[in-house]
Ligand binder design. Structure first.
Ligand code: MN
Length: 724
């Protein structure tokens, strides 16, 4: 209802355009717009569209779309002139002379893009995308005009040959839809998607259209009725709001059908209502009214105001059982957010005065940098596709929320898409109820249940597993944080030991202002930062002594100021990692006795640490084991699982069941069936006709343990399973 109408206008004239521009851009120099029209009309004189219409109708419609998106005058003029260089042998220099350098640049950018031939093979597509990105980086308006151009071409696609229709429609879905989506121009995205459907899947399109048309009358009166009720409710709470309602666009219904594997008949006519208010406070107030007046559907509330989407989309989403006892979706946003939702990046031009505005986006800049950094085409394509979400898969949370991830994504990507913490602690996943490894490739329609463990932490290997930029960034962030805290610890240790040699300590130095002096000498803000740099070896002990006069004076009294941290000494003593038969690799140490902590029974997949015991080598505990004193610096040592070795480890699991005869043998058979060895089993009766079993089993790693746990959980006699 309020969606921008991008229909082809066959009777469009420059006068109509001029009055539309005037309506929202009153101070603009309209003479130049008319001049551009005259220029384009003359250039295209005699040329015809496939429809038989004069060619000029095309640039007019393109310019009209740009006006609907409320783009600036340069952009609208570029829309009028967009085909003159390509089709009319007019040079960019002429455009620059007659109009402006900016306009010429946009037209040149468009001409370049039109020369890109999109191929299906990934390798050549990469080259095309490079050019697209370069064109965009020059000025983002190039892509906006290109989208308007493509939309009008799609609008008039019926005049092309069948083959051409299919090719252009596919290209639109593959390339222009993701671009529109990434730029947040949702009105254009929705339009392009529906047009794709119309030309590439006409049987689907026309059935949907028919279905929607059949119910139109009933639906419209239903919409009106619901709007009235919503308005009335809001009035009761004295909220001033505009309420609109509309059916979802065809492609989104189609997508839902595909991802849920349902047929036309089962598609519910889901209606989305939109409430538009003055400010953010009112948004949350409306949400309150909705949730207190109607029953909210759990798990459906999303706050994109607090956390906007990457394309800057902001809105509150919720779903409730509406006044007519039917599910309705409600979007709540301010007027400005609504404009951004419909026109995305184009909205920037409306809010900038004087026409000059952000013509480049950080995102494009980033891509451009990748373009320089990545020599390899497929690597570049990876990054681009990633960002554009091309060829995505649609997967579900256990609650039924849809996430769109790029093709090839793994449960780990999904976990990071849900929440950073979920990603950081992800140990595995159940897909449609079945255990899979972290490397599993998600398929559209998968229902993904992420399993987490407090002891889990990201490792470098994860960077090879994940596909999305978000997950990669989050993992790198975590690794850096860990490294920083290690450096800090080491640095603090070095400084402590150094000061001890001078018979002083950090507290004393702080009192007489030496610490501040030292920090400003090294140009660092905090003591922690200082420790980090000392720990990383950037500042040496010699430099520290020179920087602090008190120490410098006494330097001759101390014979050796070179201090190596404990951990470094260890790794210096033997840089080579040993290919040992131990399940554990101890940082740089050979011939060391390693034991597993009996208290926590670590297994591969657990985050672990080594603890140096007096006279008994190193004991390995899980990172969260309460028996280890983590604070006791100097006695912890970095240990890792030996990935080359695939040995079995004992682990205890505790199972609570309904007390029924034969449960023990049922569970035992199940575990044996998984080819997992049972070392021992202890059974105990609990009150309330429940039973408790403690199994000691042998597994290779965490994934295998989870497999066992989930298999046991699936028995109907079982109440709970946990690691003990
Ligand atoms: Mn064109």
């Amino acid at each position: 209802m309020d969606r921008l109408d991008f229909s082809h206008e066959r009777d469009l004239t420059i006068d109509k355009l001029v009055s539309r521009v005037e309506a929202y851009f009153p101070d603009v120099d309209l003479a130049v717009l008319k001049k551009a029209y005259g220029f384009a009309e003359k250039a295209h004189q005699g040329q015809k569209r496939s429809s038989g219409e004069d060619y000029i109708i095309h640039p007019l419609n393109v310019a009209s779309t740009l006006i609907k998106l409320q783009m600036d005058l340069d952009c609208i003029i570029a829309g009028l002139l967009h085909d003159v260089v390509e089709d009319c042998e007019i040079t960019p220099e002429t455009i620059e002379k007659e109009f402006s350098g900016d306009i010429a640049m946009i037209v040149v950018g468009l001409t370049k893009i039109s020369k890109i031939e999109f191929k299906t093979r990934e390798e050549s597509q990469a080259e095309n995308f490079r050019k697209m990105v370069v064109a965009m980086a020059a000025d983002i308006r190039v892509i906006i005009v290109k989208l308007a151009d493509r939309m009008h071409n799609m609008r008039t696609l019926q005049y092309m040959s069948d083959e051409k229709q299919k090719q252009i429609a596919q290209e639109t879905l593959d390339i222009y839809v993701p671009l529109a989506s990434r730029l947040g121009i949702n009105s254009v995205k929705a339009e392009l998607e529906d047009l794709y459907l119309r030309f590439l899947k006409p049987e689907v399109y026309y059935r949907l259209a028919e279905k929607v048309a059949m119910n139109r009358k009933a639906r419209n009166s239903y919409i009106e009725e619901v709007i009235d009720i919503l308005k009335f409710k809001l009035m009761e709470f004295s909220v001033k709001a505009e309420v609109k309602g509309r059916p979802k666009h065809f492609y989104s219904i189609y997508k839902k059908m595909m991802s849920r594997g349902v047929d036309f008949e089962q598609i519910q006519d889901v209606l989305a209502f939109r409430v538009i208010v003055d400010n953010i406070t009112e948004c949350y107030k409306v949400l309150g009214v909705m949730h207190s007046s109607f029953t909210p559907i759990p798990g459906r509330f999303k706050d994109y105001i607090a956390i906007p989407k990457v394309n800057n989309y902001q809105s509150l989403h919720t779903a409730v059982i509406g006044p007519k006892a039917e599910r309705i979706e409600v979007q709540i946003r301010t007027m400005e957010m609504d404009l951004v939702a419909e026109t995305g990046v184009a909205a920037h031009w409306k809010y900038k005065e004087g026409g000059k505005s952000i013509n480049k986006l950080d995102w494009v800049q980033e891509l451009l940098e990748f373009n320089k950094a990545l020599k390899n085409n497929s690597e570049f394509m990876d990054v681009v596709k990633n960002d554009l979400d091309i060829g995505g898969v649609f997967v579900f949370t256990p609650k039924g929320d849809v996430h769109e991830l790029r093709y090839g994504s793994t449960p780990l990507d999904f976990a990071y898409a849900v929440h950073t913490e979920v990603g950081n602690h992800c140990v595995g996943a159940k897909i449609n109820g079945k255990m899979v490894s972290l490397k599993y490739r998600l398929k559209s329609g998968d229902s993904v249940d992420i399993l987490t463990s407090k002891t889990q932490a990201p490792s470098k290997d994860w960077l090879n597993i994940v596909k999305t930029t978000r997950a990669k960034a989050k993992i790198k962030q975590w690794l850096l944080k860990v490294e920083r805290s290690r450096f800090k610890e080491v640095g603090e240790d070095i400084v402590d030991k150094l000061l001890k040699k001078f018979a002083t300590n950090i507290g004393a130095l702080r009192k007489n202002g030496m610490v501040d002096k030292c920090l400003s000498h090294f140009k660092v803000d905090t003591l922690d930062d200082f420790y980090v740099h000392v720990g990383s070896g950037k500042f040496t002990t010699g430099q520290i002594v020179s920087a602090i006069p008190y120490l410098e004076e006494k330097r001759h009294e101390v014979d050796d100021i070179d201090i190596k941290p404990f951990a470094e000494k260890l790794s210096k003593s033997n840089q080579k990692r040993l290919k040992s038969n131990n399940a554990i690799i101890v940082d740089g140490m050979s011939d060391v006795v390693v034991r597993m902590g009996k208290c926590c029974n670590p297994i591969p997949g657990d985050a672990i640490l080594g603890y140096i015991t007096r006279g008994r080598g190193i004991t390995v505990h899980t990172a969260e084991c309460t028996r280890v004193d983590h604070a006791e610096f100097g006695r912890n040592v970095h240990v890792e699982w030996n990935a080359d070795l695939n040995t079995k480890h004992p682990v205890n699991i505790k199972i609570i069941t309904h007390d029924k005869p034969g449960v023990l043998s049922l569970i035992s058979q199940l575990i044996n069936g998984l080819k997992i060895n049972i070392r021992s089993a202890v059974a105990r009766s609990l009150p309330d006709r429940k039973g408790s079993f403690l199994f000691e089993i042998e597994v290779h790693d965490y994934t295998e343990l989870l497999k066992a746990i989930s298999a046991i959980e699936s028995l109907k006699e079982v109440i709970s399973v946990s690691r003990a």
